[in-house]
Structure formats: C-alpha cells, structure tokens
Design a protein around this ligand. Structure first.
Ligand SMILES: Nc1nc2c(c(=O)[nH]1)N[C@H]1C(S)=C(S)[C@@H](COP(=O)(O)OP(=O)(O)OC[C@H]3O[C@@H](n4cnc5c(=O)[nH]c(N)nc54)[C@H](O)[C@@H]3O)O[C@H]1N2
Ligand SMILES: Nc1nc2c(c(=O)[nH]1)N[C@H]1C(S)=C(S)[C@@H](COP(=O)(O)OP(=O)(O)OC[C@H]3O[C@@H](n4cnc5c(=O)[nH]c(N)nc54)[C@H](O)[C@@H]3O)O[C@H]1N2
Ligand SMILES: [Mo]
Length: 769
C-alpha cells in the first residue's frame, strides 16, 4: 500500500469531487424527471463542451434504424417505433463519453502514477477520453506512449509465458457489444480457461441462478408490451428515477391506464411518487405530473423474502374459501413441488413474517389483495433484491408467488428483472460465463474448431482471491473499473498489485489504471457513440436489452482520437499475439462484423439468421422458452422452491447497511456530489439513518460518525467521519453510497447461493466520531 492509499484508508477513498459548498439536506418534494432533470442535463452539456454535438447525438440515440444504443442502462426502447425515448441520466452518460476533454501523452508526462493516485476518482474521470495506448514505465513511475503492436506483444508474451492459462483472468463490464463479447470469450477459451468474471457477478448473478433453477432460463420473460398491458406492477429494490429513468414513462402510462403500482423499498424513492413524463414536452411545459405509485411498502433491508412469503400465505389462505385465488389448472399442468411450497407457507407464522419483513400484517394483506385482484401481474426487481445472502431464494420466492396465479407465459404477466449495464444481458447470452453449459461448449468447439476447457472458471470474488494468493498473474479488464467496483477496496488493490500484468481496455482514465500490476497497459477504445471504420466499411454492433430484444447500434461521431481501436480490433490484436498458431481468422472477423454474427448465428441459441433479423426496424427478440411454457428444468416443469426464511433482523446495537448509487453517478463514474431526488447537495460521505436510531446513539443531523462493519469471519473494517442524515428508512437500517463503501465489504462476505458480494447487507455499528 503506498502513502496516498494509507491516507485514504480511514476516511475511505475520495471518490467524489471536492465539494463546491456546504453539505445540504432538504427532502425532495417535487416530481421525478421534468425541469430539474432538464437543468441538470444542460449543466453537463456545458461542462463537457458538448453543447453542439450533444443535442445532435441525443436526437440519434435509441433511434430506429441508424442510431446508437444508449450506453446507459438496459431498459428497452419504446416498442412503438420511431420515438425520442431519452432520459436525463442517459444524456449525462452519452455526454460523458462525448466530452471534448482529452488525456494524451503530455498529460501522462506531467503526472506520475503516484501523483495521480492521490486524485479523487471524479478528478481522474474528469480528464476526459484516453487517446493512445500507454505502457507503465516503473523507472519513471509514469505511463509512456507505446504502439498498438508493442502493447499487444506485451499482453501476448505474458499470456504465453504462463504455466497454465488459468493463471489469467478476463473481466467484462456490461458495455461490450455482442460481437466483441463473442470474440473475447472465443479468445479466452481458445487460450484454455473459463476465467471470465463479469460485473454481473456483483449485480444479477442471483437473479440468473434463481430463474434458471425455477424456470430453466436465466432471464426475465416479459417485454415492454407486457408492461403496457399488465394490471399490477410490483417494483422491488430499484431506484428507477435515477437508474432506469425510462421506466418512469412505463409507470406513468400504467397509472393512467388504471393499473396498480406497488413499490417495495426500504426507501421511498422518487419513482414511487410522481413524475413529469421525461420526454413529453407538453407535460413538461405545463408542469403536469402523473402519479407513479398506488401503494408503497417499506420492508427492512433483506426483508423482501418474508414479505413475498406473507403475500403467498395470504393468497393460499384465501384459496380455502375462494378457489379462484389460485390458478389450479396452471399449477397442475405446468409446475412441480407445489405441495412442499404450500406446506412451508402454512408453517411460516405471521409473527415470523412480520418480524422478518418489518412490515405489518395489514400491509402485507393489502399487497396480497392487490395481487389477487389483478388478472395479470408483473414483478420487477433490481439490486435491492439480488445483492443479499439470500438473493437466490428471494428471486425464487418472486417466481413462487407468480406461479400461484399462473402469471407466466401470457401477456402482461411474469418476472422482469431490471438489468444494469446496457449490454450486461447480451454479454451472458454471447458467452461471458465462468460456468458455461456443455451444450454451448460443444457447439463452440464444432463451429469454431477449438477445444474449449470444460472446468468452470473464476468469477469476480474468486478472481480477486486468486490474484491475492498469487494464483492469477494476469488481469485483463474489458471495460469497467474493477479496482473500485469490487468489494474490500484495500484487499482488491493488493490483489491487482500482485499481478504480473494488468491490461485495461477503457475509454476514460480511472482508478484501475493506477492500481496496477508489475507491468501495465492502457488500451483505449472507441465508445459506442463513435464511428467504427473497418475494411468492410462502417460497422454496427448489436446489443441486448433487459427484455431480450437484440438490435443494432451504429456510432455517428468522429472518434475522440485517430489512434483509438474498436473493442473487436483490440481483442483480435491480443488474440493474434497470444495465440500465434490460432486457426481463428481474427483479422477477417474484424474487417466485417457480419462475419462474427454469422458465426454467432451457428453457436448461440436464438441467434439463427441474426444478420437479417438484427436489421429489422426493431431488431429481434431472443426466444424465451419459459415464455412459451417450455421449462428446461430437471422436471421439465416450473419448479416451486420451499426455502426457509432467513434471519435478517439485525442483532441489538447493529444496523443493516445497504450501499447504493446517488442520482449523479454511473457506478464508479461520479458526475457530481449531489443526489437530487434524495435532497442531498455537496456530500457523498454520508450515511442515511432512521431518526430513532440516531437519537438512541445521540447522533444529530450532519454529525460525523464512525461506521464499523463486522464480516462473517469476525474481521472489522471502518470508515470514519461520515456525516449522518436522518432519513425515512426503517429502524435498524442504514444506507450510503457505493463505491466508497466497498471499503466496508469484506472479500469473504459473499452469498453462499450466488457468490455475490453482500453489497446491500453489511452488518455495521455506527457511533458518533
Ligand atoms: N444513472 C445510473 N443508472 C444506472 C446505474 C448508475 O450507476 N447510474 N447503474 C446501472 C447498473 S450496473 C445497475 S446494476 C442498476 C442498479 O440499479 P438499482 O438497483 O436501482 O441500484 P442501487 O442504487 O444500488 O439501488 C438499490 C435500490 O434498492 C433499494 N434497497 C436496498 N436494500 C433493499 C432491500 O433489502 N430490499 C428492497 N426491496 N430494496 C432495497 C435501495 O433503497 C435502492 O432504491 O442501474 C443501472 N443504471
Ligand atoms: N458497494 C457496491 N459495489 C458495487 C455495487 C453496489 O451496488 N454496491 N454494484 C455493482 C454493480 S451492479 C456493477 S455492474 C459494478 C460496476 O462495475 P464496472 O462495470 O466495472 O464499473 P463502471 O463504473 O461501470 O466502469 C466505468 C468505466 O468503464 C469504462 N468504459 C466506459 N464506457 C466504455 C466502453 O464503451 N468500452 C470500454 N472498454 N470501457 C468503457 C470507463 O473507462 C469507465 O471508467 O459495480 C458493482 N459494485
Ligand atoms: Mo450492475
């Protein structure tokens, strides 16, 4: 650990900008989106010098035919065709990529790595776009320019020198387009390893595992049309107004239609109140607001499974006198293990359900009534449900509840996870999986003529531990910001620093370039908004959204620098250098991405004829067997689960702390230290607490507090001097921002069910500093 890291230890990393003023907190009472959003957008456009290009690009974003896919979240595009479906945070995100600022060789000559290590993450990213490949020079402690050829040679040579290909690990952040993804996993498997950790290991791993076990598919089964026709929406553990803002439009439409909208979240987030429909300019002009909620429930952190169990119990109790409460025919024809589930519901007492959920029986009964009275229901969720010890059981409980009333395989009904990064779902579809299936590997072997390894590889947490032990010596980061996004910041830093080589493919400067191995390279790539010229002309890349729609994205902007390469070209360059005897036509693939898609069509389920279908106006939807009531489970049926309720009630004196995003950030990229919808200004180093929990500890608003987490193995981690904010959150719960709070998340604290770090449920004590 170097000196600047030590200084950062107690107060944690300085991630956000230096505050522009005094911290401020005033609960927000305005609708989500609308003019506040518009104002915030114009500020970003000015700051990034993108006033001319910005608006032009925004008009092309998410457009049918020739636009580029918003590189922001994975919410699907409007199905009604040509439609300007944009949001504040999508615009901020695009503008960040299109910034006029540049990180060039002069910048690196002026600032050593040690100096840059003392900068905030905000300041690093704020330097703008990387412009040419750079290699770390240990003599001078500076990054110095290198050629693409030499950079690839360094990566190739180091990979070739390993005793075992499993000594390398290849991370993916969910931005990577499908074609690059396919080439990347092909290279990695041709090298001989399945070490393919990805951001999904920290995100929706639990959802994938649960849906797979229950329904034989790793994905949700509904699309936007279903959202448009459902009678009841249950929105769990997502801050949609900030993280999936285009959902606001769907919620407002649902409300107008008379649908019920139940939000389940320890915090009443802005999407659970009212909105001004983000792209309805008339509504904006008239300040016309629409409600986006009919009922809000605030469970304790981790209390969702008990709440869902209570709803199921209520439905089953009702069924004793009202046979229509259940869809008996559906249960008999399409499901297995119903009796075991009914028994576990009957055996779970209401007292236990109320205690574990933190919700009154009356409120649970009301939610159950909404569910029972709806002909068609959708349950949607995000990280508030998945990043827990019992994330898999909880998502399976969501499916259990849906199955009771046959809410599957028909319009307006089903499970609908909200995915994170814009192509995180496509990454998994196209082979980023450390536990690949036999069928997929067989086809990859046959079509691509390689002999892929069969042994499962390392995920994110296991990669960090293996680097720390010295078992993994090469780390390749395909996008993302691994150093800061991963749990246990100091431990992850040590792990990365013990590597022989770290190679980062990135668009902007970030922490992962400064926390590096003995050798390090930065490989700067084109962003999604930029024109990708190859021998075969301008290339398009395909992406898959949260609802399994695959469509093309075409960049339209002049690249940030003439030295940038596309991600497929960078992968091909590394592959050629690492696999000199490869029979894979790497360069031929990169000349024309249609050729990659032709191979994908032969290997990937649901990609048949994809070159034609992806060019249809709205692209194509990957077939979902579960949607057709075909279940690839051991029983061939949808399987109820009957897990016991976990104990999530904090021990006396301790609190359950969840880490989350502010409104003005994209994961590790921080736009400002404001969190508009939660009423916070000029402050990120905060902790939201219940006012009674504050009173018990003699903590007043803005008092500095010390937060100490205790890991499963008993070890402690701490952050000192965070400011306490009284907030409408259940007793025993607290919340603060990622990535700062990763310092509190022990590497050993991951779910036994999914290996996901417990980022939403840290056991902490909080005392006045
Ligand atoms: N603008 C913007 N958009 C983004 C991102 C971004 O950083 N910025 N990140 C993208 C990515 S990668 C992802 S994965 C998604 C993340 O989207 P979210 O899941 O919305 O992300 P978080 O900010 O972690 O918010 C978690 C939410 O869960 C709630 N919560 C916490 N604990 C619990 C619990 O025990 N039960 C329930 N029911 N709720 C709980 C919190 O109050 C909060 O509302 O967003 C994507 N979109
Ligand atoms: N405590 C805590 N930690 C968390 C979470 C949490 O809720 N709490 N959430 C977790 C989740 S859900 C996720 S998804 C991870 C996010 O983890 P990551 O995906 O690893 O992190 P990001 O911050 O999204 O990555 C940002 C970087 O990506 C690079 N980048 C941007 N666009 C492109 C591109 O087009 N190509 C390439 N090659 N690079 C690009 C830029 O250099 C930028 O600095 O964090 C996880 N960490
Ligand atoms: Mo994510």
């Amino acid at each position: 650990m170097n000196a600047s890291d030590q200084g950062r230890q107690r107060r944690g990393p300085q991630v956000g900008p230096t505050p522009a003023g005094e911290p401020d907190f005033h609960p927000y009472h305005h609708p989500a989106a609308g003019w506040g959003a518009a104002k915030s957008v114009s500020k970003v456009l000015v700051r990034e010098h993108a006033l001319l290009d910005g608006p032009r690009a925004i008009m092309r974003m998410n457009h049918e035919g020739d636009g580029f896919d918003c590189p922001g979240c994975a919410w699907p595009d409007d199905t009604k065709g040509l439609h300007l479906d944009i949001c504040e945070n999508g615009i901020k995100h695009v503008t960040w990529e299109m910034t006029g600022k540049r990180v060039d060789r002069t910048f690196f000559a002026e600032h050593s790595v040690t100096e840059l290590s003392g900068w905030s993450d905000f300041a690093l990213e704020d330097q703008g776009r990387l412009t040419e490949p750079m290699v770390y020079d240990p003599e001078s402690d500076h990054y110095v320019p290198t050629t693409w050829h030499d950079a690839f040679e360094l990566v190739g040579r180091t990979l070739r020198s390993l005793d075992d290909p499993n000594q390398a690990s290849f991370y993916t952040s969910g931005r990577l387009g499908n074609e690059a993804t396919f080439l990347y996993q092909l290279m990695v498997r041709e090298l001989g390893t399945n070490n393919l950790p990805d951001c999904s290991n920290m995100c929706h791993e639990a959802s994938g595992r649960a849906l797979d076990a229950s329904l034989g598919t790793g994905k949700g089964t509904v699309d936007l049309k279903d959202w448009e026709s459902t009678d009841a929406l249950f929105i769990m553990g997502v801050n949609a107004a900030s993280n999936a803002p285009r959902m606001l439009t769907a919620l407002a439409e649902a409300y107008h239609r008379g649908a019920q909208i139940v939000h389940i979240n320890p915090l009443v987030e802005a999407a659970a109140t009212r909105t001004i429909v983000p792209h309805d300019f008339l509504d904006m002009a008239l300040f016309k607001t629409t409600r986006t909620s009919t009922f809000n429930i605030q469970p304790r952190i981790g209390g969702d499974m008990a709440l869902l169990r209570g709803m199921a119990k209520a439905v089953l109790e009702q069924a004793k006198t009202d046979p229509k409460a259940l869809d008996q025919e559906f249960i008999e024809r399409h499901t297995a293990y119903f009796d075991a589930y009914r028994t576990v519901c009957e055996d779970t007492s209401w007292e236990e359900i109320e205690r574990q959920s933190g919700v009154s029986r009356a409120d649970i009964l009301h939610a159950a009534q909404v569910y029972r009275e709806a002909d068609r229901s959708i349950i949607s969720w995000c990280l508030g449900v998945s990043q827990h010890e019992h994330g898999v059981d909880t998502v399976r409980e969501i499916v259990n509840l849906l199955l009771l009333r046959g809410n599957l395989g028909r319009e307006g009904a089903g499970p609908s996870p909200v995915r994170g990064h814009s192509n995180v779902q496509g990454n998994r579809t196209c082979g980023i999986d450390h536990r690949p299936g036999t069928e997929f590997l067989d086809r990859l072997a046959e079509v691509c003529g390689i002999d892929p390894p069969r042994k499962h590889g390392l995920d994110t947490v296991n990669t960090i531990q293996a680097m720390h032990r010295g078992d993994v010596k090469v780390f390749v980061g395909m996008g993302g910001n691994f150093a800061l996004a991963a749990p246990d910041t100091p431990y992850t830093y040590e792990a990365l620093r013990s590597c022989e080589l770290t190679a980062q493919v990135s668009t902007t400067l970030n922490r992962s370039h400064l926390v590096h191995g003995r050798q390090a390279v930065i490989l700067p790539c084109l962003g999604r908004t930029e024109k990708d010229h190859q021998r075969g002309g301008i290339q398009a890349t395909s992406v898959e959204d949260s609802m399994s729609m695959v469509h093309l994205s075409v960049g339209m902007k002049r690249p940030a620098s003439k030295h940038l390469l596309s991600e497929p070209a960078i992968i091909a360059g590394m592959a050629r250098a690492a696999l000199p005897d490869s029979g894979t036509p790497w360069d031929w693939y990169v000349e024309d991405y249609d050729r990659i898609r032709d191979t994908m069509a032969q290997v990937l389920d649901g990609f048949e004829d994809c070159n034609r279908r992806v060019r249809l106006p709205l692209g194509f939807r990957i077939k979902q067997p579960a949607r057709e009531l075909v279940f690839r489970t051991p029983s061939g049926l949808a399987e109820f689960s009957a897990a016991p309720l976990p104990d999530v009630v904090p021990e006396p004196g301790t609190l359950a702390l969840g880490t989350m995003r502010s409104h003005d950030q994209w994961n590790t990229t921080i736009y400002s230290d404001n969190d508009r919808y939660r009423g916070v200004k000029n402050l990120r180093t905060l902790v939201f607490m219940n006012k009674d929990d504050m009173r018990d500890r003699a903590i007043a608003e803005f008092d500095p507090v010390d937060i100490v987490s205790t890991a499963k193995d008993g070890s402690e981690r701490r952050l000192d001097g965070y400011l306490a904010i009284p907030y409408d959150i259940p007793r025993g719960c607290a919340a603060g921002y990622m990535p700062e709070m990763n310092v509190l998340c022990a590497i050993s604290d991951y779910s036994e069910q999914s290996d996901q770090p417990l980022m939403k449920h840290l056991k902490v004590t909080i005392t006045r500093s």
